[in-house]
Ligand binder design. Sequence first.
Ligand code: UD1
Length: 417
Amino acid sequence: MSSYIINGNKKLNGEVKISGAKNAALGILAAALLTDEDVTIENIPDVRDINIMLEVIMGLGVSVSRVDRNTVIINSKNMKTTVVDDMKLRNIRAGYYFVGALLGKCKSAKVRLPGGCDIGARPIDLHLKGFNSLKANAYIEDDFIITQADELIGSNIYLDVVSVGATINIMLAACLSQGITTIENVAKEPHVVDVANFLNSMGANIKGAGTDIIKIKGVKSLHSTNYSIIPDQIEAGTYMILSAITAGDITVKNVIPKHLESIIAKLLDMGNNVIVYDEAVRVIGNEKQFATSIKTMPYPGFPTDLQPQISCTLSIAKGDSVIVESIFDNRFKYVNEIKKMGAVIEINSNTLNIVGVEKLNGSNMTATDLRAGAALVLSALSAKGTSKIANIEYIERGYEDFENKLKELGADIKKEE
Ligand code: UD1
């Protein structure tokens, strides 16, 4: 177990380059298995979840060549099994993408149930509903998702709940099916669009990604491609919020500003100055944040993956804030940790009532999941005194070079093994 030791109360300034989107990369790595030809993927973030995904892929007999830190070539011609039984899958969420990809390619898959952050119930009923609509037989048995089909047949699928995972997984399965699949009420997140663009670059016929309805015309086979992953919206948002919470001046580079609109809107509400460039966003943090209300929503709403970071920032805002978490039912575990720093926050079911305090004070805390861990680091960087944050392995799951990028911005942070 490792920890960060942080001396806070410093304004952080400078530029930070955002890495490739983790959640797009996870879907794209699974999608790469849909062809027997070479697939080159650039701008892959070098983070733990991605490295686990790559190890699991190699365990299937698939060739993975790491050209450089952020580029891999995948060739699944010699894939030897459709059973994905690696215990490492218990550490990541995206293992479920093996089901859609292997069902699509081999018409059969047996995949260990995914793990990932403990942020409440995370059912996969919509994934199974989608596969079954395509005339597969998909079910859960003894910790495995099992599915097989004689042929996958295009279908109309309505998702009762907007789900990133189900949208991507059904796209993966439907690309090589017969006929046309229509998925309604889909997720519109940038990473859903990126996976669709990647599949289209392999010869798939997917239309409508980024809108509420995706239409997939099945094709016979997919082919080689060379693709660069979009920048990570959540990593970018985290550094933008860092600028606000430390009253700093940070320019996040290599971003798509359109993906950051909901975050920019809230940072403006909170009294910060935001300047938008073509591929960068500069956030000049106000000395004092102002209270606001936020409800997490599917894209283009405010992302649940930035809820802990913004809530911690509002804990030092002037006035009372209300945060409603509408995506996951247990995403407030970090609140007990941040209270150790003097935050005044009350949890009422899926709502946080935050009474802003003048300043947070350094404390010993434990990261409870990936984004919560990042939120504690941001809080510690703004707080008076020294903090120790344990379990930072969670943070390494999703933030490339977190410690170094923060140091470049002037943070006093060091890792302790
Ligand atoms: C993905 C992201 C995660 C992000 C989340 C929401 C990855 C690997 N993870 O998680 O970082 O926080 O999107 O943006 O990309 N639901 C069902 N049935 C299902 C599937 C989902 O009821 O079959 C519900 C969930 O309980 C949740 C909501 O739908 O309330 C959204 O979940 P979903 O978008 O599927 O999240 P994940 O794919 O798990």
